[in-house]
Design a protein around this ligand. Structure first.
Ligand code: MOS
Length: 727
């Protein structure tokens, strides 16, 4: 199906099942421990061996020698794979840095060997017996702050230049020029990277893995091993979190496949938790200079954002200026990005890449600017709203209700009652503060296919290689098919994550929900057309599907009768047409936060949070809310505790496990409220829906920081806002 014009009224608009809060259909499997996660798939292949990886002990240099003889002789060891011997180095188009080191090492914990043994313990013990001699390079390439001055000498990449920023900024009545920093962050998902691989014959490879993008994973494995797609099978039905670190094929999958090729047996590999932060990817550290100029009345006349991010050479770093070209109005604009080549592990996508970091800076700057203007920060944002791209006024937002988010949020939160004098509201030993911020995240949708199979018993099966990274994909896809076919959700079985199924958009970039349900919709439309044909009616739209029956004219036929001769199968792909290029598709939020900061210890408690979200039609308010509150929790982490600490001498992340890398826990989370405007964005998809999975994280950390300032009167521009920075 080609989506070539805004959606008109269609069967998904009935909202009998869609739009209703529906508990996850995969919930019982997860809560009973029976959902099959990659490392636990003992049933898929007999005689599994266990692989344990070894990572480089230096960040930059070369391997001089690697002695594996002792490891090879150790008990239970079946094979030792040295990546220095491999023929697959450097062939990883989806990653910036080769997954394996040897002879050259590009970052700490870059994988250099795998020991395959009968048991996990034997593999791990033997790995410790591998002797590696390195030749370590001298480099200053581990410290972004130290490289900043030199980087500023170089020309940045101009993302947006409109009017004359420098003059307008110099002439503005009120100005702000501040620099903000955000640290490197780790995805810290619960389930580590894990794969069971089985190599059969001349080159048939099956992997049971944990990956957000099944088709990309197939492609990645084909590239690495020179295989054809028909010979690679990837299965990833359940994923214990990803946040972007599982977008591409990673070392676990390739090492497991190498181990299986070598031993002729299935091999499973999980990246040990202490290896994940340095072996895989992270969100890049940024330094962001923001300049805003405004008239006395608060109208922005000039806006400048100079973003700087670390990256491995050739990478994209963190595009922290992503939102600034279009979030607020202003006739003079200069938005520049600088990438600083460094030799830390690979910087790559983490939930809301770009906006998550960018808004941490921009939305403090907006708060500071409002204070300089003597304006309410809600009002300051509202008067600088724009309905078009300030750099290209022909281009409008498909819909943008940001001001409505701000107004509803202020009303519901009781914003008018807040104390406007920072550092002056106290309850016992606690300073109380309120803060707010805006949120913005792009809302793309991409090609996505699905197959729907109406069964003789009147139930339906949906098959697509879409993944569920804990987001609720199973449920919204079931709701979509149920809506389209007039069934209850319990009559729809959803099968995901298998590369033998039609290729979906996968889970990334907040595009999964909108795209995969649109693909399911397209397949269901085709199935309805086939059913119409069988009923002798050429016009499928005249058919009414309800309660397991289909009605045409005065005839009502149970679906069991339609499919009584055998299942009816329909498959289709949704393709998004060019007409959408005239629009910006995006989601918006207004975040409001109350914090308490202890006057003695500096401890910050986030007492109350409210997000009002503008994200098109909400397909399942329950799972959408879960996505947003999850993002808000991550935002508390970003504001108050998350930071990969760089050892700037040796070039690695020192706190590379969940003991040292702190994330919020249950006790850190108090009241969270989410409101959806629940509009219809007909430009987005036939279901008029957009994603919410990344929106919840966008802006929230700045709202916490602004509340912290309101509580303490101390402005911190350096995330995270740890105790040492306030006391
Ligand atoms: Mo997302 S960072 O594309 O999983």
């Amino acid at each position: 199906m080609d989506f070539n014009q805004p959606a008109t009224e269609n069967p998904a608009d009935r909202q009998r099942v869609l739009g209703k809060s529906t508990p996850r259909i995969d919930g019982p499997l997860k809560t009973t421990g029976t959902a099959p996660y990659a490392y636990e798939r003992h049933d898929v292949a007999e005689g599994q061996l266990v692989g344990y990886p070894l990572g480089s002990a230096i960040a930059k240099g070369r391997i001089v020698s690697m002695d594996t003889s002792e490891a090879e002789a150790a008990p239970g060891v079946q094979a030792v794979i040295r990546t220095t011997d491999m023929d697959v180095l450097g062939k990883f188009q989806m990653n910036v840095v080769p997954l394996f080191g040897g002879p050259e090492i590009l970052h700490y914990h870059q994988a250099i060997a795998l020991v395959v043994a009968d048991s996990f313990e034997e593999a791990r013990a033997a790995t410790a017996l591998i002797r590696v001699e390195y030749d370590e390079d001298e480099t200053d390439g581990f410290d972004l702050a130290a490289r900043r001055e030199a980087a500023l000498e170089q020309e940045g990449e101009i993302e947006q230049e409109v009017g004359d920023f420098e003059t307008a900024f110099a002439e503005a009545a009120v100005t702000l020029d501040e620099t903000y920093t955000t640290p490197a962050e780790s995805h810290a998902m619960m389930e580590p990277h894990a794969t069971i691989a089985l190599w059969e014959g001349e080159g048939n490879l099956s992997v049971w893995t944990s990956n957000q993008m099944v088709a990309w994973n197939v492609q990645g494995l084909c590239d690495v091993f020179g295989l054809n797609k028909e010979n690679v099978h990837v299965d990833s039905p359940f994923i214990g979190g990803g946040f972007g670190v599982k977008l591409f094929v990673r070392a676990d999958a390739v090492l497991a496949a190498l181990g299986s090729r070598e031993t002729g047996r299935p091999v499973k590999v999980a990246l040990p938790r202490p290896m994940i932060a340095n072996n895989t990817t992270h969100r890049a550290e940024t330094i962001q200079r923001i300049r805003i100029g405004a008239n006395e009345d608060g109208t922005i006349t000039a806006i400048g954002h100079d973003g700087m991010s670390e990256t491995q050479p050739g990478g994209r770093g963190e595009n922290c200026t992503a939102q600034t070209p279009v979030f607020y109005a202003g006739p003079n604009r200069l938005i520049v990005n600088r990438l600083v080549d460094m030799y830390l592990p690979e910087a790559n996508a983490m939930r809301a890449p770009g906006e998550a970091s960018g808004l941490m800076a921009l939305e403090i700057a907006m708060d500071e600017m409002a204070e300089k203007l003597g304006m309410d920060p809600v009002e300051f944002r509202a008067i600088n709203d724009t309905q078009v791209d300030p750099g290209d006024p022909e281009k409008a937002f498909s819909e943008r209700h940001f001001v409505e988010c701000l107004r509803q949020g202020a009303e519901r939160f009781g914003w008018a009652d807040r104390n406007q004098e920072p550092g002056s509201r106290r309850e016992g030993m606690w300073l109380i503060g309120h803060g707010m911020a805006g949120g913005y995240r792009g809302a793309p949708s991409t090609t996505s296919a699905a197959r729907v199979r109406l069964q003789p018993d009147g139930t339906a099966i949906v098959e697509t290689d879409m993944t569920d990274i804990g987001t609720g994909s199973y449920t919204i896809i079931a709701q979509t098919a149920a809506e389209m076919l007039g069934l209850g959700v319990d009559k729809v079985e959803v099968r995901l994550g298998d590369s033998s199924f039609p290729v979906s958009a996968g889970s990334g970039g907040q595009w999964g929900a909108s795209s995969s349900t649109a693909g399911t919709y397209a397949a269901c439309v085709k199935l309805r057309e086939e059913i119409a044909r069988r009923l002798g009616n050429d016009d499928a739209s005249a058919l009414e599907f309800a309660d397991g029956k289909v009605t045409t004219g005065d005839r009502t036929v149970p679906l069991t009768e339609i499919a009584s001769d055998g299942e009816i199968v329909a498959e289709d792909t949704i393709n998004f047409g060019d007409f959408r290029e005239k629009f910006i598709l995006a989601t918006f939020a207004a975040h409001f936060v109350e914090v308490a900061v202890h006057v003695g210890t500096g401890e910050t408690r986030v007492r109350r949070m409210l997000a009002v979200c503008d994200a098109g039609r909400i397909l399942n308010p329950l799972s959408a809310r879960s996505q947003v509150i999850g993002g808000m929790v991550m935002g508390i982490g970003a504001a108050l505790m998350e930071e990969l600490a760089v050892d700037t001498g040796r070039g690695f992340f020192a706190n590379h496990d969940l003991a040292g890398y702190e994330v919020p826990v249950h006790a850190d989370i108090h009241e969270q409220e989410v409101v959806f405007l629940d509009t219809e964005d007909a430009t987005s998809t036939p279901l008029k829906a957009k994603g919410v999975g990344e929106l919840g994280l966008c802006g929230i950390a700045a709202a916490v920081a602004n509340a912290h300032y309101n509580a303490t009167g101390v402005r911190i521009r350096d995330y995270p806002l740890t105790l040492d920075k306030v006391l």
